[in-house]
Design a protein around this ligand. Structure first.
Ligand SMILES: C[S@@+](CC[C@H](N)C(=O)[O-])C[C@H]1O[C@@H](n2cnc3c(N)ncnc32)[C@H](O)[C@@H]1O
Length: 247
């Protein structure tokens, strides 16, 4: 029996998929090789390294915009998503990339199957990191890389549940931060020190932590997420790059 957050998030994403793709799909397709809600180009961030010829797993692939772009760049991507409805959109967009209906918490792949695992606001914000990080470490090859973007802990703390907006006060404690439930989804977050401890305990090494800062004139289709002004002053989105050491 899947856990409560997996059941809840699957139901919500199945319900939201059509609206999500209608609102964001076109821009995600146009700016596929880019990170976060402001679509900051991978050419600036350089989180992935060489992708041609690499076996890549995308966690929480949605309509697989990232995977399709990586395949065009010579990678061999596989997408996994919890939501059958999100995957329906992915199947409409690609007939060649393998798409798996499943959870990032229980990856149906053999140990050491991938050179690169990535997730752009995908499963890593909605699945329990205590389960996903060891799973990613297991399916990565030695010298493999894991790059993922998530909402930052600052965004979690500054989320005002009364106004349902992010503001400039702290509304939640830093210590004990773990998951947050609204009417739709259950999302996960950890303080930075706990992320680092979890990577280390899973046999991974931190290479970089990038705060995705939008440009002053950046635009987004995720207009209810956080304001540009806020995201220019504080880290709204983080991009972790961690690696599995050589055997
Ligand atoms: C915000 S969407 C992002 C999708 C895609 N990365 C994009 O940028 O459009 C989050 C995705 O994560 C998926 N997801 C949530 N929990 C998951 C889990 N435990 N395992 C796999 N996918 C999950 C959802 O179904 C949804 O498609």
């Amino acid at each position: 029996m899947p856990s409560k957050h997996v059941r809840q998030n699957r139901k919500t994403w199945d319900f939201m998929a059509a609206g999500y793709q209608a609102k964001h799909g076109e821009r995600l397709t146009e700016r596929a090789r880019a990170w976060g809600v402001w679509r900051i180009p991978e050419t600036e961030i350089r989180a992935l390294g060489e992708v041609a010829g690499r076996n890549v797993l995308e966690l929480g692939c949605g309509a697989a915009q990232w995977s399709i772009a990586l395949a065009a760049d010579g990678a061999r991507p596989v997408g996994i998503d919890l939501s059958g409805e999100q995957l329906r959109h992915a199947r409409e967009a690609t007939a060649t990339i393998p798409l798996v209906h499943g959870s990032a918490e229980e990856l149906p792949f053999r140990d050491g199957s991938f050179d690169l695992v990535l997730s752009d606001h995908g499963a890593m914000g909605f699945a329990d990191p205590e389960r996903t990080v060891p799973e990613v470490a297991r399916v990565l090859r030695p010298r493999g890389r894991f790059a993922f973007s998530v909402a930052s802990p600052f965004l979690f703390m500054c989320w005002n549940p009364k106004t349902e907006r992010v503001d400039t006060r702290l509304h939640a404690p830093w210590f004990g931060m773990r998951s947050e439930e609204d009417e739709q989804t259950i999302q996960f977050q950890l303080p930075y020190g706990e992320w680092v401890g979890l990577f280390r305990d899973s046999g991974l090494e931190v290479e970089r932590l990038i705060h995705l800062r939008p440009r002053p004139n950046a635009t987004t289709t995720y207009t209810d997420y956080v304001s540009l002004r806020w995201a220019r002053d504080w880290p709204a989105e983080d991009l972790w790059v961690v690696t599995k050491p050589a055997a």
